[in-house]
Design a protein around this ligand. Structure first.
Ligand code: GAL
Length: 656
């Protein structure tokens, strides 16, 4: 378990470097990320390179025994590049050039930009390709599925569509452009759907634009990856990612790279409503599922956040350490903290690192030091993995399509996934979050909320899973769209009708109106946002509506299909419903449950095939007590324990 820090030597005085690097090593830091935004220091003028400062800091790292993650600094091209080649600037959604002097302000489709990005990459890698301290290379920073609308991007988008559809006639047909006289006569009429609110644009065009933006970043990453590998064939490559309004398709992006990295900023303030799914374990599980492998946290919360937003509260005692151990529990191999020193200058000066502006040891540094000590004791977890019986399916395309056409007030694709995740985690289950097309045969239970945009391969995958004896959960707004993001002319849930054993005779997009349902055991739950009115063909009702014009109609159904079972949840409900439903599903599928876990306590199990190690993380502001079924060895205290008392945000790890 590796602890690291993000360090920006170019942003602080040189006299601090040696002291910083030695302190890092003494504290237990193992790796440092360098270089990420430093192009203007590496190449102050075109073709005039200065690596002397980077050589120096890298030497200091090497002599302190620190590994290096080398950043490829293409996110922030220097201003001289814009002056010489003004066309490389990104054009924002408003059609205006993004102001230089910020970051991410380059068009990644610009051939001129790519040429220069490859040039600086070649220089860096050629210089350091034999450097044994480098453990990985990070390409760029937080690549998003950007809507750049410069002339090069427009041309490329048109060519991309023609390549896919052969001619504009086919595009017109696929997009249904006859609506509002939107038919193209020629490709030059095709415009990216950015200048106007997405709600007014053709959803088919929007989805293709999203796919094009993804292809653009993937091509860009490929270009840089090829450039790095040409100079250093054994280079280990990644890019750091996050969720945003332009979240990329992680599955495709990381297909080009060696491992996944995630920037992890969990919530500091606990929600007042304890039922709200707030745990970042959801995102950590999702990141582990991207390549179905362990991943790195490349940036980890270390202090109050803020700068472009009002500052957050300071991380509470225990959160800094607790959230890093939570990331380990969910499959991170390394947690790199953002950042060692808080910036004194620049737009991010109030996004705090471990040290405040003074640079003096503080409460957070003490906690960080303790984390490093603990990480040093966890060597025996190195070859352990997380094995899950339950998978949640995350579809980037359905997520995007539901973002651009939110079905009713309050309806959220991600929120549904999070509620299911939170429910299963209350029973101590390991949960994978994976691509809908992946091999599902190792799971007992698969939950696929709102698969809105259908792909034949995914549909077949889900049928196969149930035919072979799996238990599947589908929810409302499944099977609505074809792969062009157009509605399918059939009764819902269209391609899934047989599996579900029911048809939806009508739906009621209730938005903020509240309805109620009662399940087979007599428990009542609210129905929110959406109500599908189900007519079973072979399914049985699991719960029925108790009001509205569909009183007595099934809201949730259960259908046996071949050797498996499909549940269909035709509505959205509160967390209590998902908790009870998850418990029943786990009983039905014989997935072990931990009962009576205190509120907020998260349990994750890692195994090496012979032994199991259980993480107990108290993700709450109250002390939690847990009785273990027998005495177990604690890796944290190096003693046997049959009872755990966890302070807020404290973790214990026991060997079963
Ligand atoms: C991340 C980004 C970092 C830094 C951090 C805190 O999104 O990768 O460079 O900006 O946020 O603001």
């Amino acid at each position: 378990m590796i602890i690291g820090v993000d360090y920006y030597p170019e942003q602080c005085d040189r006299t601090l470097w040696e002291h910083d690097i030695i302190t890092m090593a003494q504290t237990g830091v193992k790796v440092v990320r360098l270089g990420e935004f430093s192009w203007s220091r590496l190449e102050p003028r075109e073709g005039d390179y200065d690596f002397e400062w980077l050589d120096e800091i890298m030497k200091l790292c090497a002599s302190a025994g620190l590994g290096i993650i080398m950043g490829i600094p293409t996110n922030c091209p220097p201003l001289w590049l814009y002056e010489s080649y003004p066309d490389i600037v990104r054009i924002g959604e408003d059609g205006k050039p993004v102001q230089t002097g910020v970051r991410g302000h380059r068009c990644i489709n610009s051939p001129v930009f790519i040429q220069h990005a490859r040039r600086i990459t070649t220089q860096i890698v050629r210089r350091y390709n034999a450097n044994r301290s480098i453990v990985a290379w990070q390409i760029d920073n937080e690549l998003e599925a950007y809507p750049c609308t410069c002339p090069a991007c427009r041309d490329k988008f048109r060519a991309w569509l023609l390549d896919k559809y052969a001619d504009v006639e086919m595009i017109n047909k696929a997009f249904g452009n006859v609506v509002w006289s939107g038919e193209y006569n020629n490709a030059s009429q095709i415009q990216p759907p950015t200048a106007y609110p997405k709600a007014w644009q053709n959803p088919a065009l929007c989805l293709e634009w999203y796919r094009f933006c993804n292809d653009s970043i993937i091509n860009y990453v490929k270009e840089i990856a090829i450039t790095i590998r040409r100079e250093c064939p054994k280079a280990v490559l990644t890019t750091n990612t996050c969720f945003s309004s332009n979240t990329p398709d992680f599955y495709r992006l990381f297909g080009e790279l060696d491992f996944v990295s995630y920037d992890n900023y969990p919530p500091i303030r606990m929600p007042e409503d304890k039922q709200q799914p707030y745990s970042h374990a959801f995102y950590l599980d999702l990141m582990r599922g991207v390549r179905e492998q362990k991943f790195w946290v490349m940036e980890q919360l270390s202090g109050p956040t803020g700068s472009w937003s009002p500052m957050s509260p300071a991380p509470q005692p225990g959160q800094l350490k607790g959230y890093s151990l939570q990331a380990f529990a969910h499959g991170a191999d390394a947690v790199i903290h953002f950042r060692w020193r808080t910036a004194l200058t620049g737009a991010e000066m109030f996004w705090h690192g471990i040290f405040d502006h003074s640079g003096k040891p503080n409460r957070r540094f003490t906690e960080f030091s303790d984390l490093c000590r603990i990480a040093g004791r966890l060597g025996m977890l190195e070859h352990t993995e997380i094995v899950s019986d339950i998978a949640l399916l995350y579809s980037p395309e359905s997520s995007y399509a539901l973002d651009i056409q939110p079905q009713t007030a309050g309806f959220s694709y991600m929120e549904q996934l999070r509620r299911f995740h939170y429910a299963f985690s209350k029973y101590g289950a390991n949960i994978d979050i994976v691509y809908p097309g992946t091999d599902l045969s190792k799971y007992k239970l698969v939950v696929a909320p709102s698969l809105f945009v259908n792909k034949r391969a995914v549909t077949e995958n889900l049928y196969r899973f149930v035919i072979n004896g799996g238990t599947l959960v589908l929810t409302c707004r499944t099977g609505v769209k074809d792969e062009h993001n157009n509605c399918i002319m059939d009764d819902l849930p269209t391609v899934f009708k047989e599996l579900v054993g029911a048809e939806i005779s009508e739906y009621d997009p209730i938005g903020d109106i509240k309805r109620t349902m009662r399940d087979f055991s007599g428990s009542e739950y609210p129905c929110l946002e959406w109500c599908d009115i189900l007519q079973p063909t072979s399914a049985r009702a699991y719960s029925e509506y108790t009001d509205g014009f569909y009183t007595g109609c099934p809201a949730v159904t259960m259908n046996r299909y071949c050797s498996g079972v499909t549940y269909y949840v035709g509505t959205i409900s509160t967390q209590e419903f998902y908790d009870g439903f998850a418990s029943n599903l786990m009983t039905q599928t014989k997935i072990p449950k931990l009962k009576g876990l205190p509120q907020g306590v998260e349990v994750t199990t890692r195994t090496n095939g012979k032994e199991e190690f259980i993480f107990f993380f108290n993700n709450s502001e109250e002390t939690a007590e847990i009785s273990l079924p027998k005495s177990m060895y604690s890796l944290i205290s190096a003693t046997g324990k049959d009872h755990l008392v966890l302070a807020p945000f404290e973790t214990d790890i026991v060997r079963k």
